[in-house]
Design a protein around this ligand. Structure first.
Ligand code: SRM
Ligand code: SF4
Length: 515
């Protein structure tokens, strides 16, 4: 670590507690914590360091923890999902799960005393929650269609897994990368439709041909934070799609970020701030030094040239006679019974695989053509539709006030209720994407949506009420671009009126009576 970084380090309370004791150290104390109970655990261990293991103390529901898994490329097997279902089952009404905006799953209601046993079950099932929170690399996203899509360029599944294995020491925890200056996001796209929102990641690999050879162009520095949001910029580098090259470039960038990243002010610690302070050329040079070889310059163009697909519905796979079916999981919420049912559906109709998307939906692949009709008549598909109403179809929502103490508003229920109200009132052409996020941290990615709704407070009739700022103009797929805040502090109770008018004026919606 450079001396500049070390002297800055002392200025920030997060840097202080990380220097006192690495987050990963609590792994050795889990049995002890389980015995003494969460109330007796040191406050910093409880509220901060446990997040290094994916265990999130929830001040909104003390004693009921959230467990954030890692699901590289969003792929789980049915035995793995069965384990997750059994974990939340024991918590009765408190137990549930959420699909996240990083193609991942979080469990609710978890008790600290059960964590040692839960971790050994995860280990047996080859799953991990390691390093999924705080100053670590988040779930590595990849094309949800990997290995299924006839038009796919690169299958990203093995690559996302290998990058995760490098960062987490195959899920055991890797102290090399547990003290980054801040959180860090990596995405690997292998198709043509930017299914992972490449532009909002600290590192994104996007498919590109260099001198006729298929590989990846590298983008760096994309991020959202409460103070600033930036799309990733080209590093002017291309790598072949091999494990060695992909893991190598991710490792090298992480090492530069770890050793040089700005640690004084957490609002200015994400990778983009370092790139700007060094200059892109110097940053690239440092990455090459960390790699130990020169990078090839970027291919002139990448291969992202399709509109983004949402994967909902029935789609032919490249394997003849096989189909994948995308189910719409409203705002990503999964009850315990849903989890068990999904395991059964994947086993009976598919090949025991479930995939998540960054839209908080899921895919069951490898269904035989002859079984499609029976599959579509399964009761769970009434809840998780293959043909959802136009707003619910693309609805995304962060956790919000139900479990998140940063939230300024309740999000998930309100998102669904608002969408359903507007769907009842209007004929809406397909393709209006609404993203809710409970506070400016932007976990629900309002900047990538047609309508982005960010929780805030407003004064109405002399009272403080829950409200949202409205973002518009987010574009996804090819030519992705971030949306901007166009209206501030709309009281939530007035929101349906505001959205209804914009849907009519700008999205071709018509009132139902007039149809
Ligand atoms: Fe997030 C913090 C939930 C994706 C930006 N995020 C949090 C915490 C951990 C805050 C907390 O301790 O309560 C939230 C946990 C609430 C809970 O109980 O679920 C939380 N973030 C989420 C999830 C679950 C939202 C969802 O409903 O899907 C997503 C989990 C992804 C995963 O599987 O790892 C989630 N968070 C994101 C994204 C979207 C993305 O990655 O595409 C972003 C914006 C992109 C980015 O990071 O550049 C995001 N989360 C943040 C930030 C702001 C980061 C910053 O640089 O300022 C925070 C606060 C922080 O880190 O200080 C935050
Ligand atoms: Fe919590 Fe805010 Fe993230 Fe929503 S956007 S999950 S409210 S931190």
């Amino acid at each position: 670590m450079t001396s500049t970084a070390t002297s800055e380090k002392s200025k920030n309370k997060f840097e202080k507690f990380k220097a006192e004791k690495d987050g990963l150290a609590v792994k050795e104390e889990l049995e002890h914590f389980a015995q003494i109970g969460w109330e007796a655990v040191d406050q910093t261990d409880l509220e901060q360091r446990l997040k290094w293991l994916g265990i999130f103390y929830r001040p909104v529901t003390p004693g009921k923890f959230m467990l954030r898994m890692r699901t590289p490329n969003g792929v789980l097997t049915s035995p793995q999902l069965q384990v997750l279902a059994e974990i939340v089952q024991r918590y009765g009404d408190d137990g549930s799960a959420d699909i996240t905006t990083r193609q991942n799953i979080q469990l609710r209601g978890v008790r600290l005393e059960d964590i040692p046993e839960i971790f050994s079950r995860l280990h047996e099932a080859d799953m991990t929650s390691m390093q999924s929170g705080m100053d670590n690399v988040r779930n590595i996203t990849g094309s949800p269609m990997a290995g299924l899509d006839a038009e796919e360029l690169i299958d990203t599944r093995e690559l996302t897994q290998k990058v995760q294995d490098m960062i987490t020491n195959s899920g055991e925890g890797n102290p090399e990368f547990t003290n980054l200056p801040r959180k860090f996001n990596i995405a690997i796209e292998g198709g043509r439709d930017n299914s992972v929102h490449a532009e909002i990641n600290d590192i994104a690999l996007v498919p590109a041909y260099k001198d006729g050879e298929l590989g990846f162009n590298i983008l760096v520095g994309g991020f959202f934070s409460s103070k600033r949001c930036e799309a990733a910029i080209p590093l002017n580098a291309w790598v072949p799609p091999t494990e060695e090259a992909v893991v190598g470039i991710c490792r090298a960038i992480l090492e530069v970020y770890r050793d040089r990243g700005l640690r004084a002010n957490r609002q200015k610690s994400r990778l983009m701030w370092l790139i700007e302070s060094l200059g892109l050329d110097e940053f690239r040079k440092l990455v090459e030094e960390a790699l130990g070889y020169s990078l090839k310059t970027a291919a002139p163009e990448d291969e992202i040239d399709w509109d983004k697909r949402d994967h909902i519905g029935i789609h032919a796979q490249k394997q003849p006679g096989k189909y994948y079916v995308g189910l719409n999981v409203p705002v990503g919420k999964l009850a315990t019974d849903d989890l068990f049912d999904l395991v059964r559906l994947a086993d009976v109709y598919g090949e025991g695989k479930i995939r998540f998307t960054v839209e908080q939906n899921l895919i069951i692949p490898h269904i035989d053509e002859g079984n499609l009709e029976t599959f579509l008549s399964e009761p769970l598909l009434e809840k998780f539709s293959t043909n959802p109403a136009p707003l619910t179809r693309s609805l995304v929502s962060c956790t919000g006030a139900t479990f998140c103490n940063f939230a300024l508003v309740e999000t998930k229920q309100r998102a669904l209720a608002t969408a359903q109200q507007l769907e009842a009132e209007l004929n809406i052409p397909d393709g209006v994407r609404i993203h809710w996020t409970g506070c400016p941290n932007s976990c629900g990615q309002p900047q990538v949506a047609d309508f982005g709704l960010m929780g805030t407070k407003a004064r109405k009739d002399g009272q403080m009420v829950e409200a949202v700022d409205l973002f518009m103009g987010g574009k996804v797929g090819k030519d992705a671009q971030l949306g901007n805040r166009i209206q501030k502090s709309i009281p939530c109770e007035d929101l349906p009126d505001v959205l209804r008018q914009i849907l009519i004026d700008e999205f071709g919606a018509t009132p139902k009576e007039a149809a």
